[in-house]
Design a protein around this ligand. Sequence first.
Ligand code: SF4
Ligand code: SF4
Length: 402
Amino acid sequence: MAHEVERPTYEVVGPLERFDERDSMFAREAYLPGTPNEKEYHARHPELVQSDRRLARFIQDKIDSPPEEPEDPLNEAFYETTFGSVAPLAQPDAVDGPVDSYQVQVDLDVMSRRIKAVARRLGAYLVRIGPLNPAWVYSHRGTRPFFDHYRANPPLFTGVPDGYQGLKYGDSIEINHKYAITMAFPQSARLVRTGPSLLNDFETGRVYAVSALVAVQLGKYIRALGYPARAHHLRNYGVLLVPVAVDAGMGELARSGYLITKELGLNFRLVCVTSDLPLAVDKPVDLGVQDYCKKCLKCAENCPPGAIPSGEKVVVRGVRKWKLDEERCLLYWGSQGAACGICQVVCPWSKPRTVFHRLVAEIATRVPQATRFLTKADDLFYGAEYKQEPLPDWARLGGASP
Ligand code: SF4
Ligand code: SF4
């Protein structure tokens, strides 16, 4: 692959610290005042009490005043369809399981090609294989289990089945696999452009669900070949997917805090499978994203709550990078009652996969001097400001607002 380099383009400036999932926004929004997890967490992080109270307000309000009936029942039911369907795939025997006693022996390159081909046949759009850096393994489980009854109690995700044996909140995480197979799945820009909306939630959840199934299937395939493998997806992550994907050469870390790929821009979802199956690894890539993002501020300028930085990179757990203000992002989602996704579709790299746009992406990765021109051209053709699209006709049947 063109653009391959020896080292990823993020800058390591100190010891890398593992991420504790209990610090994630999706953990912190569930620290309802007085609950055991909240007391334990805020005893360690008193500086976060005020901001976590703001985050928890959206859940607390739903508990205090549950709506008597849904405002938009035909579209609100999508939660069960997409996010709810992932529930069985979060079980420990779905993401992991017994390894076949017969161990297939195949040449590394052949095995890597076979794994990529299988992943694509299962539905992945992009597949890359990298080494698993132990620094990207979460230190502790932090998010809530995700099982049935989402609609009845969003977003607390109760309904944990009897006999659940998986990792629970606060458990430490140990994953010693050598390799990570990262897979990307595109989202419909048309539906994401309705965001913040229930239809953007639908598209996000749909892609999360499809990708979770593929990760679970690929993990099962590798275990049937006689090697350990663990799937990582929406409801059961054990590793930080973005740096894992960067190490595998899927793309680069962008200003928005997400991964830019040459093929899909920012508009996709990631899953991965970690494993000890011997594989030939791909190299990281330099697509020119660090320079491009320095000059292009389109995501920052279009982010409604100003969560994406327009200034310089900062050091986060040993890596110098642009730091997304996740708290502002999630508070905005809460205020809208739906996920946003604007940054994913305004990015000039997130364009339809036509011959023309593939050519433009190729120029962007090879001619840094063209950055400003390409950003301006994108503004000219697609507009400098995000324009929310109406819901498609099929999603308005039955009276949903446009
Ligand atoms: S999802 Fe929306 S609020 Fe969050 S960073 Fe992107 S543009 Fe900003
Ligand atoms: S919109 Fe511009 S600054 Fe933001 S991630 Fe995309 S290229 Fe980088």
